[in-house]
Each structure stands twice: as structure tokens, then as C-alpha cells.
Design a protein around this ligand. Structure first.
Ligand code: SME
Length: 180
């Protein structure tokens, strides 16, 4: 386990660091039989490795609403309707939203007043939106297109590694959209 969560970040080579992070999050999920444990550990890895991030977590989609899932950071809003805030807009549009300054985003939902920039990535499997991955940072402009590209790769690798656990019988408790 220790080699999986060893610090890997090289600020001078973020693309390579994201490639390694994608491998690490997949390795952490591989062989796990409990989806909640695997998702919680993946979030913990992101929180441990990524510099200048003060909140990272998963919101889970169910019937037009996002529900708080495993996260690291300050207590947060537990439910966000699709189409509200950065998370709800990313869920509705099923696309990554990169927000350099949350004060400039109409409808941004303040959970932690210390958050100044944000990136939200949709977690999509087949035709289903499982939820979103949300990251907040304490300074404006923390996330760039390099981070967006890198984190999209991390999400792909993570969902691929979690695939055996995303069968309806094993996954509906965490991701209700997989229940039917
Ligand atoms: N800022 C988000 C709400 C979630 S918290 O940042 C954890 C939003 O506008 O959707």
C-alpha cells in the first residue's frame, strides 16, 4: 500500500505526474471488492497527492440530484440539484467545468468560503452519469487545462479499474443509477 500512496508530484512535469497518478488510482482500486472502500481510498489518494487542493470528493447522481459521497475536506452541501452550482451544471451537461475564480461563476454554491477555484468532472459509465468528481482550491487559477486533461485521464483510469464493482448488484447502494 505504501508504494501506491507515496508522494509522486513533480510540479515541473504535471503531465507525467497525472499519468502516474492515473496508474496509482487504478492500482489502488484493483482487486478491491467493496466499491465504497475503493472510491473512498481513491478520493483520499487524490487529496494526499494533489498540491493546493482543499476539498476533493464524489457527488453521486440519483433522480436529478447529486448526493454527497466520499470526500476529504470541510463538511459540504449534501444535496445539489442538477443545473445548480458548478457541480449541478457539470452533471446536467455531462462535461468538465473548469472555474478559475468561483466569484465569477453565476450560481456557484459556497460550501467552504476558503475555496477560490474549482474543477468538476463528470463520472460517466456507458450511457449513465454515476456522479461527478469535485475539486476545490484555495487560490484563484489553481486548475489549468493541463489539470483538466490530466484529471480526465485519472477519472477514465479510475472508472476502468472500478468496472468489476460497477455491476448493479454491487453498486446500487453507492451509485443508484446503476440499480436498474
Ligand atoms: N461549489 C460547488 C458545491 C460543492 S462544494 O464545492 C464541495 C458547486 O458550486 O456546485
Amino acid at each position: 500500500m505504501s508504494e501506491v500512496v507515496a508522494p509522486i508530484w513533480d510540479a515541473g512535469h504535471p503531465e507525467e505526474s497525472y499519468t502516474l497518478l492515473a496508474r496509482q488510482i487504478a492500482a489502488l482500486a484493483a482487486g478491491e471488492e467493496d466499491l465504497l472502500a475503493a472510491v473512498a481510498n481513491g478520493v483520499a489518494l487524490l487529496a494526499r497527492v494533489l498540491p493546493e487542493v482543499n476539498w476533493v470528493g464524489v457527488y453521486r447522481a440519483a433522480e436529478g440530484t447529486l448526493h454527497l459521497g466520499p470526500f476529504q475536506g470541510a463538511p459540504a452541501c449534501t444535496r445539489i440539484p442538477f443545473g445548480r452550482g458548478v457541480c449541478g451544471d457539470a452533471a446536467l451537461g455531462r462535461r468538465t467545468l473548469l472555474v478559475p475564480d468561483v466569484d465569477d461563476y453565476p450560481g456557484h454554491i459556497v460550501c467552504d468560503p476558503g475555496a477560490r477555484s474549482e474543477i468538476v468532472l463528470p463520472l460517466v459509465r456507458g450511457d449513465r452519469l454515476l456522479g461527478v468528481l469535485d475539486l476545490d482550491a484555495p487560490r484563484p487559477g489553481r486548475f489549468t487545462e493541463v489539470d483538466q486533461h490530466g484529471l480526465e485521464g485519472v477519472c477514465r483510469a479510475w472508472l476502468d479499474a472500478l468496472a468489476p464493482l460497477l455491476r448493479p448488484d454491487r453498486a446500487r447502494a453507492l451509485f443508484p443509477v446503476l440499480g436498474s
